[in-house]
Design a protein around this ligand. Structure first.
Ligand code: UTP
Length: 478
């Protein structure tokens, strides 16, 4: 039996030059053989090794494939309407978005399969305790927000959460331990994305141990296939969901269901829509919304030459100023199309990594410098395939403060600070006095419960029952 399996595995690996992965086979016990066989069979070797070979070719850097002379900035809808026509479009979009939410056409979709290496937190990033007073996790912030939105719109908003082999078990357990934060478990669905093997710089896939490959989640672009393969897409269609609001687990400021954005997506007949933030400076690390031969596309900041990054309009604004915070709206029909047998497939990107592994003589390698590549699919690479893709300007202070790094920019501290500033602004707009320091910054730590407040309107409605906020106070409002 074992010989038969080995022959089968060899037939998969041989044409792709990867038979070294069976080097230890004969010394493995049955359970180890089974594990290795399962891992090997889950990989589409011809496709993945061809990708690795291409990405390892020194002549083929990703930027080298981009015809910069044909690139132009992508148009976007302004956040605040500038003409009567745009004003009308905004109004109609909000009405449409509200109708879609109320009639149960919208689901939430969060990608939470990443390894979160930069944050250096050993559990899944969604479980990171972020809020200043109650130490609510990112998952709890989103769950409570969804509870409030369901109540507000008198609807059900199913929540689909993509995990990976790295985060799946701990994520499910976290929700169970916390009673799903009050959500109905029937409306929360977890599904794991697939993995790609890591490759050494010689194009050979790496072994983590004699019976295991080095595997890593295949990027947020892996969500299309995962939605389909897990049955989540079928489930959405059976529920009558047409539209997904997509966010990444590390952005606690995200507006989970924005009627304007959802409605504009729908009225535009768009397959996939994106929020854009105006870049703070040319070197800010956001992907750029561009048009290439009539198709919307995102060009990564690292691929853009300085000559384009620094280009300015006559009025001094950056020409390539629309950056991507990875906030999208997707149509389920588009996901179906992207995962159909004859659909165009996403191409992976290369990440240079320090990858511990074993050699064929069994020695452990713990590299000091990048020694391998990991392949990752990006969800935004679907944009060129989308019909009528829409880009809508967003408001950074209102909707984007990701938790990426341990400290400094995009850290828990900066994200918490952005939350507090947003709370201060919401209070002021709702007519609730908020103590401030001489420089205008908040002079109290106030945490809003997303279960009660998802916008200024919610706060304004509760104004008369809330305690006053005094200077230096630490106050949780619910
Ligand atoms: P990042 O690219 O920032 O990666 O993911 P990360 O894993 O969170 O952090 P680093 O780079 O290891 O420090 C952006 C979003 O995409 C999700 C992440 O969970 C996060 O919400 N993601 C990323 C996946 O769901 N799967 C992946 O394979 C990669």
């Amino acid at each position: 039996m074992s010989d038969e399996i080995k022959r089968h595995l060899l037939s998969l690996l041989e044409p792709c030059g990867q038979t070294h992965l069976l080097h230890f086979w004969d010394s493995l016990i049955a359970a180890e053989k089974e594990r290795l066989a399962t891992q090997i069979q889950a990989v589409d070797w011809p496709k993945v090794t061809a990708w690795a070979k291409k990405l390892l070719d020194p002549a083929a850097s990703e930027a080298a494939g981009i015809p910069f002379d044909r690139l132009v900035p992508a148009p976007y809808q302004p956040l605040h309407p500038e003409t009567p026509k745009q004003e009308e479009f905004h109004k109609a979009s909000i009405a449409r978005g509200l109708e879609m939410l109320r009639t149960g056409k919208v689901a939430a979709f969060t990608v939470a399969g990443g390894q979160g290496t930069r944050l250096g937190f050993s559990a899944p990033k969604g479980t990171f305790p972020l809020t200043p007073l109650r130490h609510k996790s990112l998952f709890q912030i989103f769950a409570e927000g969804l509870l409030r939105l369901q109540e507000k719109y008198g609807t059900t908003i199913p929540w689909y959460i993509m995990t990976s082999h790295v985060t799946d078990a701990a994520t499910r357990e976290f929700f169970q331990t916390h009673g799903y934060f009050g959500l109905n478990p029937a409306n929360v669905r977890f599904f794991a994305q697939a993995n790609f093997p890591a490759f050494g710089l010689d194009g050979k896939a790496l072994l983590e141990s004699p019976s295991s490959l080095v595997l890593s989640p295949n990027g947020h672009g892996g969500s299309f296939a995962a939605l389909k393969d897990s049955g989540a897409l079928d489930d959405m269609e059976a529920r009558g969901i047409t539209t997904l609001t997509y966010w990444q687990v590390d952005n606690p400021l995200t507006i989970e269901c924005d009627p304007l954005f959802i409605g504009m997506h729908d009225l535009s007949g768009s397959d996939m829509s994106s929020r854009a933030l105006i870049k703070r400076d040319p070197k800010e690390k956001l992907g750029h919304f561009c048009m290439l031969d009539g198709h919307l596309t995102i060009v990564e900041y690292s691929d853009m030459p300085d000559s384009l990054l620094y280009q300015q309009e006559a009025d001094g604004r950056l020409r390539y100023r629309a950056g991507s915070p990875a906030i999208h709206v997707l149509s389920t029909a588009f996901i179906r199309r992207m995962t159909g047998a004859d659909s165009a497939s996403l191409q992976p990107h290369r990440a240079n990594k320090k990858v511990p592994h074993i050699t064929l003589d069994g020695a452990q390698v713990t590299p000091e410098a990048p020694n391998a590549i990991k392949l990752e699919l990006f969800i935004f690479d679907a944009l060129p395939f989308a019909r009528n893709p829409l880009v809508l300007e967003g408001d950074r202070a209102e909707q984007f403060a990701p938790v990426k790094n341990k400290e400094g920019n995009d850290s828990p501290e900066s994200s918490r600070d952005a939350l507090l500033h947003r709370t201060q602004r919401w209070c002021q707009l709702a007519g609730i006095p908020f103590p401030q320091k001489a420089d205008g910054s908040p002079d109290a730590i106030v945490e809003l419960s997303p279960r009660s407040f998802v916008d200024v309107e919610d706060l304004a409605a509760a104004k008369d029952r809330l305690p006053p906020i005094t200077a230096g106070a630490q106050l949780y409002l619910e």
